[in-house]
Each structure stands twice: as structure tokens, then as C-alpha cells.
Design a binder for this molecule. Structure first.
Ligand SMILES: [Zn+2]
Length: 307
């Protein structure tokens, strides 16, 4: 039947699936009719209406029933199933336990392979917010961590050793968990945008107590910030109070009139009103911890009065 309808070969479909998953944030939904990716892939292979609508009938004699499925969906399933056997993707039943969604998800091995297929250097992996099963397993633990009143934002056992694979996964998981918790938006200005190739988000996961001061990779020691606000937070232009209102450095009043604005928008002075409150995650268990933001206020924030 495959020859008769001239359907694409399974290996070709496997490669197309890996590329599509990379572009789709590392996941792809179970194959059902009407799914965007299923349609996009059919389009990529130039499938005609006959090929898209061909049925495959499977007869289950013992149960006396016939199961009908689209041949194209069956081919996609077989390709994904084989990728799962080769440990390139996780199955929807496995992913369901992690994300509560029935999706196929790239594994680290599948992620590396998809980068190769898209001619993206492996060194760019750290900048992408593509999900992988291994990283999402750590993300789940980070997101589900309970708030501790006496939380210590410092990892006192941390050693500045060469980056191990485990540390690299943990870094990516921290970034993923923080930006997901803030719905990919900057907590200060709300900016949310992806790169045109859909491979990375503009927003970054900022440490409140930074790595160089042995800050932990926990969601409650992080805030999602756009590049500009990340820089401004790290150099002390603003900090966050215990009620999550933004406090700007009084140094803002000393800025020359042509500094700190975009066209006519006073991007820094707008933070000095005392009325700006940072956007917060849905669950207060992962709000920035007071012990971390107090440290930022005392050690990074520039409170020096200009007078
Ligand atoms: Zn921002």
C-alpha cells in the first residue's frame, strides 16, 4: 500500500519529526486529525488529498472489530514509535507524567540529533528553550518544590569545577523552569517574544543571588527578565521589595536627560514611581524568596542618594 500511494519512507518521516519537534519547543502532540504539525508535515512532504485521507483498516478477529486509522497518522506514529525505541523521544504515556500532556518529547539524544538535522551547532544548545525529557524531569522537581520559610539561597557546597553534563542539564532546567513559571514574559515590562525561527525566547532567567555569590539554581532564587531588565537588575538599577513592588535606585534622578529612555519613553524613570509591581508566577510557592530579594537589596541594589 505504501508503494501504491507513494507515501514517504519511514526514515524520512523520522527525520522530519525530529526537525519539527525542535521547531515546536521539543514536543509534538499525539497524532490526530487537524493537528497543526500533522498538517505542516503533510504539506512538507507534498501529500495530496488521496494520500492524506487514505485509511488503514486493521481487523481484530478475536474482538471481532475493525479499527480504522488514517494511513498518514499511522506512518507518523510508526516513525515516532521507532524514535522512542532508539531513545530519541519519550512516549506520550511517559511525558504525561511530567507535563500532564500527551506529547512526544525529545530526549537529550534526540535533541542533539535534531540540531544536526537543522545544521545548528551543538554549542547553541544552551541558548535554546527547547524541552528535553531529562531537563523537564529536573524542571518538574524545581517547580514543585515547597516554599521554605528559612530558605537559604546560597549553595554553600558549590564548587567552581568544570561544567559536568549534570550541571549543564541543571542550568538549562533552571532557565526553563523560571521562564515557564513567568509564562515567558519579563516580570517588569511584560515583554514576550520568540526568535523568528521559534527556537528561543527573548526572556532570560535571572538569578537573584547570582552564581558568582553561590546562588542556588532554584525557581525562588530566579526572576524572568528581558535582556534590558536583566542587565538593570544585575547592576542594581532596581530591586524588589517584600511586597514585590519595584524600587528604583535614586541615582535615576542623576541621569542626563538623554539617557535611559527609548524615544520618549522613560524606561528607567518609569520604575521610580513606586507603583510598579513585578509580575509573579501563578503559585506563590515559587515566588522570589524574601531571603533572596533581601540579599539583592543589601548587596546589589544601588541605594546611594545623589545628594
Ligand atoms: Zn523587561
Amino acid at each position: 500500500m505504501l508503494e501504491e500511494l507513494a507515501m514517504p519512507a519511514q526514515k524520512q518521516v523520522e527525520r522530519a519529526l525530529l526537525r519539527a519537534m525542535l521547531k515546536n519547543g521539543g514536543v509534538i502532540k499525539e497524532f490526530g486529525s487537524g493537528e497543526e504539525t500533522v498538517e505542516d508535515l503533510a504539506h512538507e512532504f507534498g501529500l495530496n488529498e488521496r494520500q492524506r485521507s487514505a485509511f488503514l483498516e486493521t481487523t481484530y478477529r478475536r474482538q471481532n472489530r475493525v479499527k480504522k486509522a488514517f494511513l498518514w497518522h499511522r506512518l507518523l506514529f510508526r516513525a515516532a514509535d521507532n524514535l522512542a525505541r532508539e531513545n530519541m523521544v519519550s512516549r506520550p504515556t511517559q511525558t504525561l507524567q511530567l507535563t500532564q500532556k500527551r506529547e512526544w518529547m525529545l530526549t537529550e539524544k534526540g535533541f542533539d540529533e535534531s540540531l544536526k538535522l537543522c545544521n545548528i551547532p551543538a554549542s547553541k544548545k544552551e541558548c535554546l528553550t527547547t524541552k528535553s525529557f531529562e531537563v523537564q524531569t529536573i524542571v518538574k522537581n524545581l517547580i514543585e518544590s515547597r516554599k521554605l520559610e528559612n530558605y537559604d539561597p546560597f549553595d554553600r557546597d558549590k564548587k567552581m569545577v568544570k561544567t559536568t553534563r549534570e550541571a549543564a542539564l541543571r542550568n538549562r532546567a533552571f532557565r526553563q523552569a523560571v521562564v515557564e513559571a513567568y509564562n515567558f514574559r519579563c516580570a517588569i515590562c511584560g515583554l514576550k517574544i520568540k526568535s523568528p525561527d521559534s527556537l528561543s525566547w527573548e526572556v532570560e532567567a535571572a538569578h537573584i543571588v547570582p552564581h558568582r555569590s553561590s546562588g542556588r539554581d532554584d525557581v525562588c532564587n530566579g526572576i524572568a527578565l528581558c535582556h534590558l531588565h536583566h542587565w538593570a537588575f544585575d547592576v542594581g538599577w532596581f530591586t524588589v521589595l517584600d511586597d514585590y513592588k519595584v524600587k528604583a535606585s535614586p541615582q535615576i534622578d542623576r541621569l542626563p536627560p538623554d539617557c535611559g529612555q527609548i524615544e520618549n519613553f522613560q524606561i528607567f524613570r518609569s520604575l521610580a514611581s513606586g507603583r510598579v509591581k513585578m509580575r509573579l508566577p501563578k503559585s506563590d510557592e515559587i515566588y522570589p524568596h524574601h531571603n533572596a530579594i533581601r540579599w539583592h537589596r543589601d548587596n546589589i541594589f544601588n541605594e546611594q542618594c545623589p545628594c
